[in-house]
Design a protein around this ligand. Structure first.
Ligand code: PLP
Length: 383
């Protein structure tokens, strides 16, 4: 069953499963217990932290294991609400994931948010950020994701991080969709990073965040001295070991195939736009992940397409998993200037490393077969 919804969640990588089972069998004790067996669990946890730091060009003391990106993003904004001066503002890209947007709105309040300008592809231009940082209302912190979950569009996060460093502003990068698909190196250059293991073949309910070298008083949750005092609660070594196994495999054996996967993506895009006239790839000309396509279809609402494709055993999505529960067009596409009636016709296709060229061909054929089944009347967008 061709699975094209990896940006929602990816299947567990076999190396992650093996690693989880091994850690659960061999190192299940509580690392805070005063026994030698527990000390060995702590050593494995520290080794995983060092391994992750090496992948990110970071330092182990800056890494906090969490339950995922949503928890991390909430913790960043809760910290900024506590630690930044009351009048300080935070600049945020309007194409961020809801876990960033809602945490910002609730923790900081709308009045303290500066919305960054984005172009038609949803990209934040470093020159625009530089100008903002040099201006009279310069923000104290900036949040821009690495890769967009709905469109796959890549942000120039490394350059944006450098702009912030020069201006003395903190930079937060949600790298949830980047990690495991593109190299992690350099992310250590951002002050704050969040990620979720299940997006790159690790288990659900695990993730990590990177914090600045000096983040006095920062905590995700209180109630224990675990994670260098940044996150109270018993550590999840099996989850951490499995996450590291998946990420290390992606880094050492998978990201090398990006060029081939870009070719498969591009071939699919060419085929579908020829066989289904009036179909368009959103942000076609922008740098995008090799796995993600936001496809604007010629007619019919996206959820109808998703259902018809599902009936043909092809799993795609209407956008971010969290957003699908909500009515209304995507905030990402709206920020990119798409009209609501166009945005309602956008389906997200997101492949994985195990996706084959034949899967892409099967998906193209399924779209063509489903087209007459999606009623053109659905093209009418009801308010
Ligand atoms: N950030 C991005 C870019 C995402 O795509 C997602 C999930 O779709 C998240 C954050 C939240 O991840 P999680 O639900 O694992 O906390």
């Amino acid at each position: 069953m061709p699975y094209f919804d990896h940006n929602a969640t990816a299947p567990l990588a076999p190396v992650a499963r093996e690693s989880w089972l091994r850690a659960q069998d061999e190192a299940w004790q509580n690392p805070s217990s005063p026994t030698r067996a527990a000390a060995r669990v702590k050593i494995r946890l520290d080794a995983a932290r060092e391994q992750l730091a090496a992948l990110l060009d970071s330092q182990p003391a800056r890494l906090v294991f969490t339950s995922g990106a949503t928890e991390g993003a909430n913790a960043v904004f809760a910290h900024w609400a506590r630690a930044l001066p009351p009048a300080a503002r935070v600049a945020i890209s309007p194409t961020e994931h809801p876990c960033v947007l809602e945490a910002a709105r609730v923790r900081l309040g709308e009045a303290r948010i500066v919305w960054l300008e984005v172009d038609r592809a949803g990209v934040v231009a470093p020159t625009a950020l530089e100008k903002l940082l040099a201006g009279p209302a310069a923000p104290a912190a900036v949040a821009v994701m690495a890769a967009n979950n709905e469109t796959g569009v890549l942000q120039p996060w490394s350059t944006l991080a450098a702009c912030c460093r020069r201006a003395g502003a903190e930079f937060f990068c949600d790298a949830t969709q980047w990690l495991g698909k593109l190299p992690a190196s350099g992310l250590g250059g951002a002050d704050w990073v969040v990620a979720s293991a299940h997006k790159f073949g690790g288990p659900k309910g695990g993730g990590f965040m990177q914090i600045p070298a000096r983040a006095d008083g920062f905590h995700v949750q209180l109630g224990g001295a675990q994670e260098h005092g940044h996150r109270g609660g018993t550590e999840n070594l099996p989850g951490v070991a499995a996450m590291l196994a998946a990420l290390t495999e992606a880094e050492t054996q998978k990201v090398l195939f990006e060029t081939e996967r870009l070719r498969w993506r591009d071939n699919f895009e060419r085929a579908i736009t020829v066989t289904l006239p009036n179909t368009a790839v959103i942000a076609a000309g922008a740098e995008r992940l090799w796995n993600t396509i936001a496809l604007r279809l010629p007619h019919g609402e996206n959820h109808r397409w998703v259902a018809r494709l599902d009936a043909r055993s092809c799993q795609v999505s209407t956008g971010s998993a969290c957003a699908t529960a909500k009515a209304g067009p995507s905030h990402v596409l709206a920020a990119m200037g798409l009209a609501p009636d166009e945005a309602k016709r956008v389906v997200r296709v997101s492949a994985g490393w195990e996706t084959t060229e034949a899967d892409w061909a099967a998906l193209a054929a399924a779209f063509v077969a489903a087209a007459p089944e999606v009623r053109p009347a659905d093209n009418v967008v009801r308010p």
